[in-house]
Design a protein around this ligand. Structure first.
Ligand code: 5MM
Length: 341
């Protein structure tokens, strides 16, 4: 594989391929395992992730790269093979989450700031040696119109931090995945989501330019433009696609090679249907694909449920979701394909 940032970024968003976000921190993976009644031990976390990374069809045909957590990038499979080597053997690219999580933003109740810049240059050099060729940093922008959340200071601080992270990544030969997640947890309308996402992305690209980040060697990982979960409204895939693409055409430079969406709490099929609708109204100046965590993993987690005897079922569930999202990334998915499976 070429080591040019532009080539790594292009490989991440190769036609019909997307990212598996398997970078749950210890607290998050424990929550996921609690749901399926599995204890969150290092071995169980390894077994679960090894199951996905050894899903040959998914990893060779549909998944371009995997976002790992610090523990996972250093872990070996049960037979002693580094997990990173299993990912690379499938032709996928190992990546790493480098942020230290979102913390309350002092002076701005309800807003958060993502931490993790201290020592990042040294950590990136270490992760490069461990095989990572891309990284991810997630900024969290909540919406609560009653409380005035997000504040302008939250958007400014988070986008500035994302730009500093992205510049450090590129200095280290690592492609930055830039993730400003506008949460879909609130009671807001799709139009409020549009406005907040637009304010965030306008500021983000200002900051990335100011930090001299080479856009051709970066990937955007955004939310879709969608109503808040507590709004009581379910938007059609067509409306989500139309508003999401309108926003991106206004604010995301064409120099950005790809946009890899987060799923943000959408149901599995919903995330696939929305991605498909977005691609169905192309062509677009950027590749539009998936970087899903929950929407790729909910089904395999349930099918596996911590039992070695369920590994094949877990792999089948993971492969199916990866396949459906592969088709959606090409605008070729149809609901009937879910039933057929
Ligand atoms: C897989 O979840 C990632 C890690 O979350 P924590 O740091 O909170 O443990 C998360 O960053 C994820 O990559 C993105 O939010 C996208 O995941 P979804 O589930 O929204 O597709």
């Amino acid at each position: 594989m070429s080591e040019r940032l532009e080539d790594i970024a292009a490989a991440i968003v190769a036609d019909g391929k997307g990212l598996l976000a398997a970078d749950e921190s210890s607290g998050t993976i424990k929550k996921r395992f609690d749901v399926i009644g599995v204890e969150s031990t290092a071995d169980n976390r390894r077994d679960y992730r090894e199951m996905m990374f050894r899903s040959k069809e998914a990893m060779t045909k549909y998944i371009s790269g995997v976002i790992l957590y610090d523990e996972t990038i250093r872990q070996n499979a049960a037979d002693g093979t580094p997990l990173v080597d299993i990912i690379k053997a499938a032709g996928a690219i190992p990546g790493i989450k480098v942020d230290a999580g979102a913390k309350p933003l002092a002076g701005f109740p309800g807003d958060t700031i993502t931490e993790g810049l201290d020592g990042l240059r040294e950590r990136l050099a270490d992760y490069y040696k461990l095989g990572a060729r891309f990284a991810k940093w997630r900024a969290v922008i909540d919406i609560d119109t009653v409380r005035g959340v997000p504040s302008a200071n939250s958007i400014a601080s988070n986008t500035h931090t994302l730009a500093r992270y992205a510049a450090l990544c590129q200095e280290a030969g690592i492609v930055p995945i830039v993730e400003p997640e506008v949460l879909m947890d609130g009671a807001h309308s799709i139009d409020v989501c549009y406005d907040v996402s637009k304010a965030t992305l306008v500021k983000l690209y200002d900051e990335l330019y100011a930090a001299r980040v080479v856009l051709e060697g970066s990937i955007l990982k955004p939310n879709m433009v969608i109503s808040g979960k507590k709004s009581g409204r379910t938007d059609s895939p067509e409306e989500i696609a139309e508003k999401t693409i309108k926003l991106f055409r206004e604010v995301v430079p064409a120099a950005v090679p790809g946009i890899a969406f987060l799923s943000g709490g959408q149901e599995d099929e919903e995330a696939t249907a929305n991605l498909n609708a977005i691609n169905a109204i192309g062509p677009h100046p950027w590749k539009l694909t998936f970087s899903y965590g929950r929407a790729l993993q909910a089904a395999p987690q349930k099918a596996w449920s911590g039992k070695a005897s369920n590994v094949a079922a877990g792999q089948a569930a993971f492969t199916h979701r990866a396949h459906m999202n592969h088709l959606a990334a090409l605008g070729k998915w149809q609901p009937a394909l879910e039933k057929a499976a």
